[in-house]
Write a protein that binds this ligand. Structure first.
Ligand code: KG4
Ligand code: ZN
Length: 355
């Protein structure tokens, strides 16, 4: 198989996954390796920044080696090096960005310091099957739902503007916090989703949060508090809510039903915002990405909504929903086409940066 140039090497270390990928010029993912640090953080119930940075350094040699080998390329074949510049944990970002800068400088390759959300935003166009990526349309609406962000963007001729974002917690963060309250291990989001799957969402009808000023912004802290209050109520009524290692079918019915109600309201908010955005400014193309895009209610709900509203939906492939480096290499290729590049000696990481 001939590989379309340029060949991009992606590096993503914004949080607790050490990821490296090789993506060809046509967006074909030649390899995408993600090394999870879950075991290192699990005893603490969440990510410990200091541990994450050290784990990135430790994991990098094996992760990059595996990505290059699977892609069948060497560093000498790489035309573009791309690394996440932020937002994220500063120590973690610095490890990946410094590695990328050093490799680009040493190899004389073009360098791109990529915004993490730009990676997510264009990730729905990557094909999980190893085929070349679909070209992003000139104009589309992007919904990014992750552990750190819940936001709607408008992408037009490569330029991105923010239409709405969360005023408090991100959707994934709230899934994690509710799960943590039940004693579930990190990351709690997928486990809460799994338990909600067997619950009855109608028994605890939690409301979909609206912003009083009519804006399209998201808000998840109210839903989180309401869910925590309901958990407290169940406890007062004698229901065992500490799950620890307990999994379905042993989890009490009340708990799974509450989680189903919580998930329904959380996903309902996304559908509400999309519906109101469509009313305000009609759009045809929607791309949905981020770790929470793996959610088992979100996927069919958005698919049904898009079909009913004649919207062409690109839902990120499960393989690229969570943090990965293929999305960073892919975003860099799109930037590179537009003649953008960064100076590897100048690029810097930041824990918070606007898109
Ligand atoms: O995009 P991502 O990997 O990292 C960030 O950039 O934040 O997203 C991770 C988030 C975590 O909060 C995780 O619990 C959540 O995505 N998540 C889920 C599911 N899978 C991952 N939340 C709900 N349902 C899921 N199936
Ligand atoms: Zn992310």
């Amino acid at each position: 198989m001939s590989v379309t140039r340029p060949i991009a090497l992606g590096i993503e270390t914004s949080c607790d996954d050490t990821a490296c990928a090789v993506v060809a010029g046509d967006g074909r993912v030649l390899s995408s390796t993600v090394s999870s640090q879950l075991e290192a953080h699990r005893p603490f119930g969440g990510v410990v920044p200091e541990i994450a940075s050290r784990e990135h350094l430790r994991n990098w040699p094996a992760v990059s080696e595996a990505a290059l080998q699977e892609a069948g390329v060497t560093l000498g074949d790489v035309d573009i090096v791309a690394a996440t510049k932020g937002p994220g944990l500063i120590g973690s970002l610095l490890v990946g960005l410094s590695l990328g800068k050093a490799i680009a400088y040493a190899q004389g390759s073009r360098f791109h310091a990529v915004h993490h959300l730009e990676g997510h935003l264009f990730s729905p166009f990557l094909e999980a099957t190893g085929e070349k990526a679909e070209r992003p349309p000139e104009e589309f609406i992007g919904l990014v739902v992750s552990g750190g962000h819940t936001a709607l963007y408008e992408v037009k001729a490569g330029e991105t503007s923010t239409l709405a974002e969360t005023r408090d917690d991100a959707m994934g963060e709230v899934f994690d916090k509710v799960g943590k309250r039940l004693g579930l291990p990190y990351p709690q989001g997928p486990l809460v989703d799994q338990l909600a799957e067997i619950g009855d969402g109608e028994r605890f009808p939690l409301p979909v949060a609206l912003c009083s000023d009519g804006s399209l912004d998201f808000s998840y802290s109210g839903l989180k508090s309401q869910t925590l209050v309901e958990i407290q109520r169940l406890e007062s009524a004698g229901v065992e809510t500490y799950l620890g290692e307990t999994r379905e079918p042993e989890v009490p019915r009340d708990v799974v039903d509450l989680l189903a109600g919580f998930r329904r309201a959380a996903v309902g908010q996304l559908v509400d915002r999309l519906a109101r955005l469509l009313e305000q400014r009609p759009f045809r193309q929607l791309a949905v990405s981020g770790g929470v895009a793996a959610n088992r209610l979100l996927r069919p709900s958005l698919e049904a909504w898009a079909e009913n509203n004649d919207v062409d939906l690109r839902l990120v492939a499960l393989r690229y929903s969570g943090d990965n480096a293929a999305m960073i290499a892919h975003a860099a290729l799109l930037r590179d086409e537009r003649g953008l590049a960064d100076d590897p000696l100048e690029a810097d990481a930041a824990s918070r940066i606007p898109l």
